[in-house]
Design a protein around this ligand. Structure first.
Ligand code: HEC
Length: 145
C-alpha cells in the first residue's frame, strides 16, 4: 500500500517543481516579443508583400492622428516608431493602435512603455482598416518589400 502513495507524492512534488520553474522563468518580464500579440480585437493576421497605396494612406493618417506624439526616428511623447515592426508582432501593433488603454493595463510590454513615457496613449478614433494602413506605413518605414 506504500508504493502507490509514494509515487503519488513524487508526482505532486514533480508538478510543484515544474510549476515553480515555469513561474520563475516568467518573472515580471514581457512574454517573448516574437509571439506577443497583445490584448485587443486583432487576434491573428498575416501581412503580405508591401502595399504602397495602403502605406500612403497610413502615412496621411499618421500625420493627422499620431504625429502630435510620435516621430519616426526619435522619442517624443511616445516611442520612436522606427523599428517597431521588428520589435513587435503585427497583431500587437494593431492592438496598441486600436486598444491603447487596455494594452497599457494588461500587456506587460505596453505597461512598461507607459512606465517609461509617463503619458497614456489614447485611442485616436481609427477604424481597424485605418490601423492596418498605418501598420503598412510602419512596415514601409522599416524597409519591408
Ligand atoms: C497622446 C499622445 C499619443 C498619441 C496621439 C498617439 N500615441 Fe502612440 N504612444 C504614446 C505613448 C506615450 C506610448 C507608450 C505607451 C503609453 O505610455 O501609453 C505610445 C506607444 C505606441 C506604440 C508602441 C511603440 C513601441 O515602441 O512599441 C505604437 C505602435 C503607437 N504608439 C502607435 C500610435 C499610432 C499609430 C497613433 C495614431 C493613430 C498613436 N500612437 C497616437 C502616445 C501617443
Amino acid at each position: 500500500m506504500l508504493k502507490p502513495t509514494r509515487s503519488f507524492s513524487i508526482l505532486v512534488l514533480a508538478l510543484v517543481a515544474l510549476n515553480f520553474t515555469a513561474c520563475s522563468g516568467k518573472k515580471e518580464a514581457a512574454p517573448e516579443a516574437a509571439s506577443n500579440k497583445g490584448v485587443g480585437p486583432v487576434q491573428s493576421m498575416t501581412v503580405g508583400p508591401m502595399d504602397v497605396t495602403l502605406a500612403a494612406k497610413g502615412q496621411q493618417l499618421f500625420q493627422n492622428k499620431c504625429s502630435a506624439c510620435h516621430k519616426l526616428s526619435e522619442k517624443y511623447v511616445g516611442p520612436a516608431i522606427k523599428g517597431v515592426t521588428q520589435r513587435r508582432t503585427p497583431e500587437w501593433i494593431m492592438n496598441m493602435i486600436l486598444n491603447p488603454q487596455e494594452m497599457t493595463e494588461k500587456d506587460p510590454v505596453a505597461r512598461e512603455l507607459l512606465a517609461t513615457h509617463f503619458t497614456q496613449m489614447t485611442f485616436q478614433n481609427v477604424t481597424q482598416e485605418e490601423a492596418r494602413s498605418i501598420l503598412e506605413y510602419f512596415r514601409q518605414n522599416d524597409g519591408a518589400k
